[in-house]
Design a binder for this molecule. Structure first.
Ligand SMILES: [Zn+2]
Length: 451
């Protein structure tokens, strides 16, 4: 008998953490943290005490006590005894926080399977993360390529690539003794690699699954995520920047979105500007040179791609190394301010004070290439807007979502035609009854029988 237990991703966007048990096998699909974990107790600098591992998380019921999952390092300061690993493996769909973040508490001896590109990206993120809670630590990573099944404790898990807003993203076909469970991870059908998503849907349909566990980020009565494709973002950016000859162009986008880095690099080239990236982005591009399957601009060679030197007094070793490698390819705020029309600058929220030295000419465009804020009282967004107002910057929203639209989710469900559909990573599980013949709503922490 196969069983599914949902520890996260139920009635929420993110935090996916799904346990599949079949005979001797106990396998996790994703190990994410919810974006709002602990927000009723923690805010800004008030955070769980990192030195005490899971202690605060357990005390406040923010995390479940799951025997045989956590590392002794995470458990020693908490009131739970360490036990030897009781799980066969963890399969990660992609590198986003809401699918990976709780790996940091996991016993390093539990094998973690993921795409080669995904491991490379996690390596770079771990190196460049400044906050300790963003570091996932060491794990028994094992990489695969699409279609390469792995059997763990008698259970075959087959990864199939999908297109998403992070490269090296996969869905899984878990071939249990009761039949196949198909799990989408996060996916979209309007990115540069939409054929990958089609491959997943075709393979899932061919497996005639008993259950389809699907994301439903955009399954909602009012989809705020817009309908732009990645190609639209590039075309719109070029159209926007072409007439703005005397201005400084500025952009902000999610750091793990390699497609978006490429999009703005190409847009900058098309309008005759150099693309200035921050150190984390440069490190990610450099690290990805190792993975020949993900095409990225070469930060050591491309003339139009340079590193923003923020004149940090104390730089981390990785940053020193990066600067040594790219020594002729750095630019300071002073240099940018002298010739604003030569550059498109990546500027993260946390780096907004650089505007003081960048001195953008009033009316310069600020491209917000991320999801729009979901809440009207978003504090960070209000702060961002004050900076834009202060420096007379024009805000432009240009973003392509990483997720299927509601209509596309419905089409996928009809094509795969699983016996039952279980919605995760959605706030509107109830809407799936309009999209599928049989919907089974996952119930958090409750083992559910499959078949
Ligand atoms: Zn997600």
């Amino acid at each position: 008998m196969a069983k599914l237990t949902f520890y996260g991703g139920v009635g929420e966007i993110g935090g996916n953490k799904i346990l599949v048990e079949d005979r001797d096998a106990r396998v996790w699909l994703d190990m994410g943290a919810p974006f709002d974990l602990g927000e009723e107790y923690f805010v800004e600098f008030l955070q769980p005490r990192d030195r005490f591992g899971l202690r605060d998380y357990f005390a406040l019921d923010l995390m479940r006590r799951i025997p045989g999952l956590y590392s002794s390092e995470a458990l020693d300061p908490a009131d739970m005894a360490w036990e030897p690993p009781a799980f066969s493996a963890i399969f990660i769909t992609h590198v986003h926080y809401d699918h990976t973040q709780q790996l940091r508490f996991v016993d390093p001896n539990i094998p973690v399977h993921l795409g080669e590109g995904a491991r490379t990206i996690l390596e770079s993120l771990d190196t460049t993360a400044r906050a300790p809670f963003l570091k996932l630590g060491t794990h028994a990573y094992q990489t695969f390529r699409s279609g390469q099944g792995t059997t763990v404790d008698g259970l075959e898990v087959e990864p199939i690539h999908v297109d998403h807003s992070a490269p090296a993203a996969y869905g899984y076909l878990v071939h249990t003794s009761e039949g196949t469970i198909a799990y989408t991870g996060d996916l979209r059908h309007h990115g540069p690699k939409k054929a990958l998503t089609e491959d997943f849907i075709t393979a899932a349909a061919a497996a005639k699954p008993i259950v389809l566990i699907t994301e439903g980020t955009r399954v909602t009565p009012d989809d705020p995520r817009g309908t732009l494709t990645e190609a639209d973002v590039k075309a719109d950016a070029i159209r926007l920047l072409t007439p703005l000859k005397e201005k400084l162009a500025i952009v902000t986008f999610p750091g793990r979105d390699v497609d978006r880095i490429r999009t703005f690099f190409e847009a900058a080239q098309a309008v005759g500007r150099k693309f200035v990236v921050n150190a984390k982005t440069a490190h990610l591009l450099l690290t990805l040179q190792k993975d020949t399957h993900i095409a990225v601009p070469d930060v050591t060679r491309e003339n139009d791609l340079i590193l923003f030197d923020r004149l940090m007094r104390k730089t981390d070793p990785w940053e020193k190394e990066l600067q040594a490698k790219l020594k002729d390819r750095v630019v300071t705020a002073e240099q940018i301010a002298a010739r604003p029309s030569d550059y498109l600058v990546q500027l993260d929220f946390w780096h907004l004070p650089e505007l003081v030295d960048l001195r953008p000419p009033p009316g310069s465009p600020f491209i917000h290439s991320k999801s729009e804020p979901f809440e009207e009282d978003d504090v960070n967004d209000a702060v961002l807007q004050h900076w834009l107002d202060r420096f007379g910057l024009q805000r432009h929203q240009l973003h392509a979502s990483g997720h299927l639209s509601e209509r596309e989710v419905g089409e996928m469900i009809r094509t795969i035609d699983a016996k039952a559909v279980m919605p995760v990573h959605t706030q509107h599980g109830e809407r799936f009854t309009q999209l599928a013949r049989r919907v089974v709503q996952p119930i958090r922490f409750e083992p559910m029988t499959v078949g």
